[in-house]
Design a protein around this ligand. Structure first.
Ligand SMILES: Cc1cc2nc3c(=O)[nH]c(=O)nc-3n(C[C@H](O)[C@H](O)[C@H](O)COP(=O)(O)OP(=O)(O)OC[C@H]3O[C@@H](n4cnc5c(N)ncnc54)[C@H](O)[C@@H]3O)c2cc1C
Length: 319
């Protein structure tokens, strides 16, 4: 198979990048190791679509979160992705937290995010919302396909080899795709194991630590007293695609010409994916792939799944 751009990984970032490139006329192949998209970090996160109110001003991550927030509403609507526009309220528990929360209000202002600081010290962020992250990822991937991208699941990229003007992208079974450029959106991929609340190096350890329950429940109960004496009915773990001392590593690889890395998208990739995708299109264009103006987005269909989103990834649920 031939493609102009091969996108490795079909999490929320690879899906958004594949869609953005396909909408701009590129011949795209999205290569996903697992049998379906969104089974890694993108399918096991908290589903929050951040506004960027608490992100560090000036950071690439913050810029792309804010840009995504501006791009997002029409995408959610046309692709029929569920969203709960609940806003967020940060209520300080004591004097020191009150100061920290007031600091966040100033931070939000620098990022151009609307917030209001109440007399009791609580910070209201009306634009924060929650989505079904699996539906979001699947909707982006399906839209990419409607715009002409080819999605190959069960394709675990194991090698890149330069050949003539292109790159041969191969998997262990011998199948391959030839592309002009490769965009690495493989999340943790083969590069780095990253933490959630606890640092660990094992990329395959999805187990839920027994002590997590006692770490989480008292804090949750303090915030929402009706949870007192409640017992969780399920738990899951997620692994963030974190880099060592680097965040949002987006750009051409210095080691392998023609490879664009979109890596270390640690904590906010769901929120920033549309901005990341737009940024990758600029890089791809700079690297010589002719892209057209963006096509109107093809509408999506409801997928018929009506349960809570975490029940989709049955693989990661505790028995
Ligand atoms: C517990 C938790 C809570 C979070 N909460 C939020 C939140 O509320 N809001 C938010 O914005 N973000 C949140 N995040 C962060 C967010 O989930 C990540 O930033 C985002 O999912 C990263 O997306 P990705 O596509 O880069 O990576 P992934 O979702 O990890 O996708 C990478 C894909 O590449 C595939 N792949 C890997 N290696 C190969 C290979 N060799 N060949 C082919 N395919 C390969 C994988 O199978 C996978 O499907 C949270 C993360 C965690 C873990």
């Amino acid at each position: 198979m031939q493609a102009e751009v091969a996108v490795v990984g079909c999490g929320v970032v690879g899906s958004a990048v594949g869609l953005a490139l396909a909408r701009r006329g590129a011949a795209v192949a999205i290569l996903e190791a697992e049998p379906e998209p969104g089974l890694a970090a993108s399918g096991t996160n908290s589903g929050i679509l951040h506004t960027g109110f608490d992100s560090l001003p000036g950071e690439l991550e913050s810029q792309l979160i804010v840009r995504s927030a501006a791009l997002r509403d029409p995408v959610l609507e046309v692709l029929r992705v569920p969203v709960l526009r609940c806003g967020a309220l940060m209520r300080p528990a004591d004097g020191s937290q009150r100061e920290a929360v007031a600091g966040l209000a100033a931070n939000a202002e620098r990022n151009g995010v609307e917030v209001s600081l109440h007399d009791d010290g609580a910070l209201e962020v009306p634009g924060e919302s929650v989505t079904d992250p699996v539906a979001y990822t699947l909707a982006l991937a399906a839209a990419a396909q409607r715009h002409g991208a080819e999605l190959r699941t069960g394709f675990r990229v194991a090698g890149l080899q330069r050949s003539g003007g292109g790159i041969i992208v191969s998997e262990p079974g011998g199948d391959s795709v030839t592309a002009r450029l490769v965009v690495n959106c493989a999340g943790l991929g083969k590069i780095i194991a990253g933490p959630t609340a606890v640092d660990q190096q094992d990329k395959g350890d999805w187990s839920v630590r027994p002590q997590a329950r006692d770490e989480i429940l008292p804090k949750a109960t303090a915030m929402y007293p009706p949870l007192q004496d409640a017992e969780p009915i399920a738990a899951y773990a997620g692994l963030r695609p974190a880099g060592h001392g680097v965040n949002y590593l987006i750009g051409p690889s210095e080691a392998f010409p023609g490879l664009v890395n979109v890596a270390a998208i640690r904590s906010t990739g769901l929120s920033a994916s549309l901005g990341i995708a737009e940024r990758v299109c600029e890089i791809v264009r700079e690297l010589g792939v002719a892209l057209t103006p963006e096509q109107p987005l093809e509408p999506g269909r409801a997928d018929g799944f009506s349960g809570p989103w975490w029940q989709r990834s049955a693989r990661y649920r505790l028995p």
